[in-house]
Design a protein around this ligand. Structure first.
Ligand SMILES: C[S@@+](CC[C@H](N)C(=O)[O-])C[C@H]1O[C@@H](n2cnc3c(N)ncnc32)[C@H](O)[C@@H]1O
Length: 225
């Protein structure tokens, strides 16, 4: 068993009362089944990626919905074919919750550099055959940094590459990623977000990241995973 972040501790498993409805609908109404499924997936994920975020069960925390902008995005409900991207979605818990709360699944894309997270997400939610969210494995830094030139797409049919959707996302969420990178890399990341974004009135890029009050770097063991 991988142990870079220490051995797994099932006692750290917990689901907030406010999130139980989602897990009941997305996995099972039986809380014991939910717990066992999550523990099984955590073990597999930790073998592949022994990161503190996996140990801390962050892959089942509904973090996006705590953002002040989230309600506005959900209330928009995908009108005007608005596409919604979660960049660095890990196992896709936040995007599946967005669908649970009313955003059309066929207009959502989850993307992550770790393909294993995406496949484990399908196993966790048992929706490999039925899920309508499009998941694309991609390193965002592989995208060109230039503004998009192709016309905006209004659906994700047939899309296989994240860059096929350059200039097409009305809403982009990015959570707990910027703080991994140096100032220069953060600027490069921001340019990729701008490439993916529609740049139309009402379009929103939102997210949450760790920072410091003064310019500088966080100690490695204080950066949130
Ligand atoms: C700390 S987790 C955050 C997960 C989720 N967004 C959240 O807020 O809880 C960071 C995620 O970003 C992904 N990631 C890191 N670098 C990336 C890159 N260059 N391109 C795409 N995803 C990346 C990681 O694989 C991981 O799933």
């Amino acid at each position: 068993m991988a142990d870079e972040a220490g051995p797994l501790d099932p006692n750290q498993y917990r689901v907030d009362d406010a999130d139980k409805g989602f897990f009941s609908a997305a996995i099972s109404p039986d809380e014991d089944v939910v717990r066992q499924r999550v523990l099984d997936i955590q073990k597999k994920a930790y073998e592949a990626c022994p990161y503190p975020c996996i140990k801390k069960f962050n892959f089942i925390s509904l973090r996006m919905k705590g953002h002040p902008t989230y309600k506005e995005v959900i209330a928009h409900g995908g009108k005007d074919s608005a596409l919604f991207l979660d960049l660095g979605c890990c196992m896709g818990t936040d995007v599946r919750n967005a669908v649970y709360e009313g955003y059309p699944a066929s207009q959502i894309v989850g993307s992550d550099v770790v393909e294993r997270y995406l496949t484990l997400g399908k196993e966790l939610y048992n929706d490999k055959e039925t899920g309508k969210i499009k998941f694309i494995a991609a390193d965002v830094f592989d995208l060109p940094s230039a503004p998009p030139t192709a016309p905006r797409l209004s659906n994700v049919d047939g899309v296989t590459q994240l860059d096929d959707l350059a200039g097409s996302f009305t809403f982009i969420y990015i959570g707990s990623i910027f703080h991994f990178f140096s100032a220069q890399k953060q600027k490069e990341l921001a340019l990729r977000l701008l490439r993916l974004w529609t740049r139309e009135p009402g379009a929103i890029i939102f997210g949450r990241h760790q920072g410091r009050e003064e310019e500088g770097y966080l100690a490695q063991d204080h950066a949130e995973w």
